[in-house]
Design a protein around this ligand. Structure first.
Ligand code: ATP
Length: 930
């Protein structure tokens, strides 16, 4: 019923040609308010009526189907075939046992995959799109799936649209609609235009559509279509989310897996043939061959890699790093350079105006953070703002040329609600603008009150490239003033006059020099400085562009604000240095400010003490840049386009580059970087979409934490590859050499499958979740081209495989020849093989340290897994029914002593070595960072 109603509503929505109506008509149709938006009750009603703003989801696969998929594996099918044959030949016990093992393996595999899938889904939900809407009179960030028709969207540069809307207000708004129309150039949008009903989609300049993104300006739109009713919803094929990507390592392991399958099959064939030639029954040898193939092929490898990646990604989330593209996890460990924005990432982004300069006079501003308590002093004397016209003008421009909102206890502050003496002040919007609002509030200037006497009629929003923002206000008497704020070097070039305190005068070179000197003085104190200027403008000029308007300005003053460095960033930079990773600052701020902040963060190494400005960068050709790039630590006054050049130049030098970005124009550089990092808080949707990782807390230290986790995940993957492959080599070797030497089968088919079950399952998984080693950030970055077996791992695998194989054979042969009991010899071989692996799993925890050095108890999962496997092993020897099933024989104390000595001698030796040496060489403490 609800569905039917929805369908008819939808039809109604579709018939409407919103672009042929005025904004007021559309607002009236949707019974909404362009200023206040909808209220919560209405949103709830509309959500019930129109449903969630979601594209129809892909059908999900039922869990039982996924379980059945586990049996699709070729080797499992062969094994099931073999089980059927054994049943037909009357070997019921064998058949049932093999079947049980196959089922347990499938269930284990199913849970591994299920867990990986769940983690990936949780990750997707974390990066689900959001939208800014006006509801109950406030701008709010809501999940895009909760948008409803009638909602008022507040659009800004960098936003990705999630619904279709009719524009009600625009300020220089441009939208990139390539996804919908194929037109890659941004389209200028208007709110006051109306079009004929047959106009093409690309020409509807009063509409915005889901799937497109804002490249410039600001605007508001009333939502007219959501979910499948949007234009993009009509386009089949675009609605399904992209498939998840395989990481390079997963691909390489898959490749390796193919080789291993063929290698193992060949060896199994040799085992079968030699056995048959020796007179063993064809059935027994076929079963042995198949079981050996199943045990030797590390079929669990891809699933464990996925689990290790997924669990590592979960750990990263707990440390505020959200991975968007799985391959980034691997690349993180290879990072050699981190290029980071300054403001907000290396600094706290809590700005406070500290100093104001007007022609000839400098004021200090007291107060902390966004608290509006504070004073203005000149030469340590309190100044009365009402008597200092220039100071007042600076503060007024800062307050009007501003889009941020000052809040107290999360409520926007207007009129009567101001309680000067209470705490809880915060900012919604740009902290730089917030600092200006707070400074003005300290002087009793509030934007909402000023706006009672004047009205903003135009706005040219701030852009990193222009480094300035302007607004035009119309006063009650009809006169108009343009207010501008921006980077002092940019603004000063546009000024021809200045406010001298005794009237507006021509700006002569000596005045300019004085202002520049005052500016420089502020920057070397690490202050971020903005200049403010103004100019009366005529209503007849209202159609002029920003560039035409922002000419011949009157310089009013400079405002210097502090933005303290983040404490944790300093530590993280040090950690990077130890880990062989260089940190580079890229900022739009002044070179002096940037250098001063970099010095506070101890970013400079003596030999690379260099700052380069955007202008200097432009003057260098690629060759010259390549020559000096390794020595540059700070790039200042750069625009987003420079970032792209820097990434490319670093990559050309062989670096693996992580690059942060927030603004819409940062997206190309973020995309180009090996690890594109977007800011969760201040980042735009477009940059987030281009990124491979999002920092939930916008913090530099989080990038370093993610690198540490990335290195840890790769380590863990190497750990269980080492474990699985060396164990499998041991198993194959035991059977193969026994066959070559003409010995009887050392293990029966069910026993081989049993080894596979107790050793490959839980212990290998527990290695995948091992904690990071203490030396992880004391090593140089990994070379991305290196093989997974590099740095001696291949040798370790083969030598340990040989040791496991020959130890097992030795125990088997000794028991067989000296005790003349084949059943006992097989049981002893089985125990040796299992315990060799259970001891070996501890060695795999580190390639440098012994288990005693890294802490025996430090991976509880592994201890539990090993204990569990050991108990299961005891059960098949001492539980009568299981003993029957697995054809084992009881072992004496001496037998156990022999098995454990042969299986664990390396373990025992390293324990003794640790006991003797630990007093002299506390290896672990070398790397402890507490
Ligand atoms: P980062 O790239 O490290 O985040 P940033 O914030 O200084 O540094 P941009 O945002 O590109 O970089 O700003 C460049 C310059 O533009 C600033 O140094 C400042 O002088 C000026 N500026 C910053 N924000 C505004 C604003 N809201 N209005 C006007 N001018 C601004």
């Amino acid at each position: 019923m609800v569905q039917e109603q929805h369908v008819s509503e939808v039809a109604e929505m579709n018939m409407e040609k919103w672009f042929a109506r005025t904004a007021e008509e559309v607002v009236a149709f949707w019974q909404t308010n362009p200023v206040e938006g909808l209220n919560s009750n209405e949103v709830k009603k509309r959500l019930d009526k129109y449903g969630l703003n979601e594209m129809t989801e892909k059908e999900t696969v039922a869990w039982w189907k996924k379980l059945l998929f586990q049996f699709q594996d070729f080797m499992v099918l062969v094994l099931l075939g073999a089980t059927l044959i054994s049943a037909l030949l009357g070997e019921f016990v064998d058949a049932v046992t093999i079947l049980a093992i196959v089922i347990i393996n499938a269930v284990l595999g199913f849970f591994q995959e299920y867990r990986a899938e769940q983690s990936m889904q949780a990750l997707k939900n974390l990066t689900a799109p959001t939208a800014r809407v006006i509801r109950n009179g406030f701008v709010q960030q809501v999940p895009a799936r909760e948008l409803v028709p009638g909602d008022i969207l507040a659009l800004e540069a960098g936003d990705k649209l999630s619904a279709d809307g009719r524009l009600t207000e625009v300020h220089d708004l441009e939208v990139e609609e390539a996804a919908l129309t194929g037109e890659s150039l941004p389209v200028r949008k208007f709110a006051d235009k109306q079009y004929s009903e047959d106009i093409a989609l690309g020409d509807r300049k009063n509409m915005v559509y889901a799937g497109t993104s804002v490249t410039r300006g600001r605007g508001r739109a009333v939502i007219c279509a959501t979910a499948m009713m949007t234009e993009v919803g009509h386009i089949a094929g675009m609605i399904q989310a992209a498939e998840s990507e395989e990481t390079p390592l997963e691909k390489r392991l898959e490749h390796l897996g193919h080789w291993l399958v063929w290698g193992c099959l060949a060896i199994c064939l040799v085992v079968v043939f030699t056995g048959v030639l020796k007179g063993e029954s064809l059935f027994l040898m076929c079963m042995s061959g198949i079981s050996l193939a199943v045990a030797a092929i590390p079929e669990g490898l891809p699933a464990i890699v996925t689990v290790a990646l997924a669990l590592g990604v979960q750990r990263m989330i707990r440390r505020n790093a959200i991975i968007r593209k799985l391959p980034a996890v691997e690349t993180l460990g290879c990072t050699t350079v981190i290029c980071s924005d300054k403001t907000g990432t290396l600094t706290q982004n809590v700005m406070t105006a500290r100093r104001i300069y007007t022609a000839g006079r400098a004021y200090d501003v007291t107060g902390a953070g966004y608290d509006i308590k504070g004073q203005f002093t000149h030469n340590n004397q309190e100044s009365n703002v009402n008597q200092e016209a220039q100071l007042r003008q600076c503060l007024l421009i800062g307050s009007l040329c501003n889009n941020s909102v000052l809040k107290q206890n999360n409520v926007p502050i207007t009129g009567l609600w101001r309680k000067r003496d209470t705490m809880g002040w915060s900012i919604e919007g740009d902290p730089t603008e917030g600092a200006l609002l707070v400074a003005a509030a300290k002087a009793g200037l509030w934007r909402d009150e000023l706006e009672k006497k004047m009205r903003r009629i135009r706005e040219f929003p701030f852009e990193s490239e222009r480094r300035r923002m302007s607004v035009v206000y119309r006063q009650e008497n009809g006169s108009q003033v343009l207010y501008v704020k921006g980077a002092p070097d940019t603004i000063l070039d546009l000024c021809t006059k200045y406010d001298s305190g005794t009237g507006v005068k021509d700006l002569l070179p000596e005045n300019k020099a004085e202002i520049t000197k005052a500016h420089e003085e502020m920057t070397v104190q690490a202050l971020r400085v903005l200049a403010v200027a103004y100019k009366p403008v005529l209503p007849s000029e209202n159609d002029l562009s920003a560039e035409d308007w922002e000419q011949k300005l009157v310089f009013a003053g400079l405002v210097g604000m502090i933005d303290p460095p983040r404490e944790e960033a300093r530590e993280a930079i040090l950690l990077c240095r130890q880990a062989g990773i260089k940190t580079v600052m890229i900022t739009g701020d002044h070179p002096n400010t940037a250098t001063a902040v970099a010095a506070e963060l101890r970013m400079f190494k003596e030999d690379s003490n260099k700052a380069l400005t955007g202008k200097e960068l432009d003057a260098l050709n690629d060759l010259e840049l390549a020559r000096i790039i390794n020595n540059v630590t700070v790039y200042a006054r750069v625009s987003p386009a420079h970032k792209l050049r820097i990434v490319k130049a670093l990559k050309a030098k062989g670096h693996i580059v992580a690059m942060t970005g927030d603004g819409v124009n940062d997206a190309p550089a973020v995309k180009e970087a090996d690890i594109g990092v977007a800011m969760g808080g201040t980042g735009t949707d477009v940059t987030k979409e281009a990124s491979s990782m999002i920092l939930a807390d916008d913090n530099f230290a989080t990038i370093v934490a993610a690198i540490e986790e990335g290195r840890g995940i790769y380590d863990n993957i190497r750990k269980f590859i080492r474990y699985l492959l060396s164990c499998n080599i041991g198993e194959v070797l035991t059977m193969f050499v026994a066959a070559l030497l003409g010995l009887p089968l050392p293990l029966l088919p069910v026993q081989i499958l049993w080894v596979n079950l107790v050793t490959d399952g839980l212990p290998a998984m527990a290695l995948g979740v091992d904690s990071n080693s203490n030396d992880i950030m004391y090593r140089a970055p990994r070379n991305p081209a290196e093989s997974v077996f590099s740095r001696g791992l291949g040798l370790k695998i083969v030598s340990r495989g040989l040791q496991i194989g020959f130890s097992t054979l030795l125990v088997f042969a000794l028991t067989y020849f000296y005790q003349n009991d084949l059943s006992l010899a097989r049981t002893m071989a089985l125990c040796t093989l299992v315990f060799c692996q259970l001891f070996h799993v501890f060695d795999c925890r580190s390639e440098i340290f012994t288990i005693f050095e890294i802490g025996f108890w430090s991976n509880k999962y592994l201890l539990m897994a090993v204990l569990c496997s050991a108990c299961m092993q005891l059960a098949i020897i001492y539980q009568p029914f299981l003993r029957e099933v697995f054809a084992t024989a009881p072992m004496s104390l001496f037998d156990w002593l022999m098995v454990l000595t042969v299986a664990g001698w390396t373990f025992i030796l390293s324990g003794l070595k640790y006991l003797v040496l630990r007093r002299h060489a506390p290896v672990r403490s070398r790397f402890s960072r507490v």
